[in-house]
Design a protein around this ligand. Structure first.
Ligand SMILES: *Cc1c(COP(=O)(O)O)cnc(C)c1O
Length: 394
């Protein structure tokens, strides 16, 4: 007897633990992992019915797999969505969404300061297939409206932005999108549904790199597109044919990661907040970028839109690149890597890594200075993080 837990619970914490369990086989208590690429049928007639979609059920793991389904149901529940399609990576999620919902000649309006590969995908790859993108300043709501053309189909934003933690007002941009019959997609990677639920603010689609906070422990790649059943049916048609599917093993890791998502996000946000306040008081720091600080220009919006300010803290050190590199090289604990969303804190110098391919002038115009550092705060103690940053700060 299949005991579906979801209809009987509704709180985030409970959904994170209890959604998507299918005990139809062995009454297992913990979520089972189904490593099978295909599924057998009782008869030729059933095979035909499954292939045609007349009968629901598993066919082949490029389409679906029970472990992937469980993860999809759990993430959909946490975002307050009807449906979710899991993908092999965050980039695969963005690709699948655009390939499924847009066509040649369509136009995208996107916020500036997107994740580097997303910018490349929009600017250099979709453009080859006749889908053009206009980039607008993330916080400038009227700019989105001005950039809309008759052929615009999608507004795509990321909030808070990387590395300067600029926010997009999701409700205001959703209003712009819907007045023009355009879809709004939000990359919710930096907040996760534990801190921000874009669909509840009016967005149509949520994108995830599950590689980051959803796994949360730096183990696997994964991604997801989340939204209405009608839109996800379209994304599914692309996925089952083109194949950027999530593996059941990775789905299982992410499924279990979701159980501790809120606890991790809260702990990491609280440490990030304390670290940002401490950094603001350090004589070697010029400026701190963190939505939780009253000095952040969109602090009020952050309080409205997010439960907590997140775990990404950026700051300018005095002395430019030389001082920034010295600080990085003096750390003994924090990992020097551009990854984020891990229990292990990481530090990166955007101007020479993630934003290194952008010209120095363009970087300066974006506000990514030579002295800018980004710390993705993990689960280590505040005191050890402060001590590690202090080694090279002074
Ligand atoms: C990492 C990341 C992605 C891409 O995800 P992958 O899983 O690496 O493909 C997309 N958007 C944001 C904001 C990211 O941080």
């Amino acid at each position: 007897m299949v005991k579906k837990q979801a209809p009987f619970v509704q709180d985030f914490d409970t959904l994170a633990i209890r959604t998507g369990i299918d005990r139809s086989h062995f009454n297992e208590h913990s979520e089972a992992m189904f490593l099978t690429s295909s599924f057998v049928f009782d008869s030729a007639a059933q095979a035909a019915a499954r292939f045609s979609g007349e009968e629901e059920g598993y066919v082949y793991a490029r389409f679906t797999n029970p472990t992937v389904t469980a993860m999809q149901e759990r993430l959909a529940a946490l975002e307050g969505a009807e449906a979710c399609i899991a993908t092999a990576s965050g980039m695969a999620a963005i690709m699948a969404m655009v390939m499924a919902l847009l066509k040649q000649g369509d136009h995208i309006v996107a916020s500036q300061g997107l994740f580097g590969s997303t910018q490349q995908l929009f600017g250099n790859i979709f453009s080859k297939f006749g889908i053009e993108t206009t980039f607008v300043p993330a916080a400038d709501v009227p700019a989105y409206e001005k950039a809309i053309r008759p052929e615009t189909r999608l507004i795509f934003v990321e909030t808070p932005s990387n590395p300067l933690t600029e926010l997009v007002d999701i409700a205001a941009v959703a209003d712009v999108a819907h007045r023009h019959g355009v879809l709004l997609a939000v990359d919710n990677c930096f907040c996760s549904p534990a801190l921000q639920q874009p669909l509840k603010l009016g967005a149509d689609i949520v994108i995830h790199s599950a590689t980051k906070y959803l796994d949360g422990q730096g183990r696997v790649l994964g991604g997801a597109v989340v939204g209405s059943k009608a839109l996800m049916d379209e994304v599914f048609k692309f996925l089952r044919t083109a194949g950027p599917t999530l593996s059941p093993f990775n789905a299982w890791i992410i499924l279990k990661g979701l159980e501790t998502l809120r606890l991790r996000m809260e702990a990491q946000s609280h440490t990030a907040m304390a670290l940002a306040q401490w950094l603001e008081g350090q004589p070697w720091v010029d400026r701190v970028y963190y939505p939780g600080l009253p000095s952040h220009p969109q602090h009020e919006l952050a309080k409205r839109q997010q439960r907590l300010a997140g775990a990404i803290v950026s700051f300018d050190v005095k002395g430019g690149r030389e001082a920034a590199w010295r600080l990085i090289d003096s750390t003994r604990m924090i990992s020097i890597t551009a990854n984020l969303g891990d229990t292990k804190s990481t530090i990166t110098h955007p101007a020479s890594t993630t934003h290194g391919r952008i010209s120095a002038e363009a970087r300066a115009a974006m506000g990514v200075s030579e002295g800018l550092l980004r710390v993705a705060v993990g689960l280590e103690s505040l005191q050890d993080l402060q001590a590690d940053l202090s080694r090279g700060g002074a």
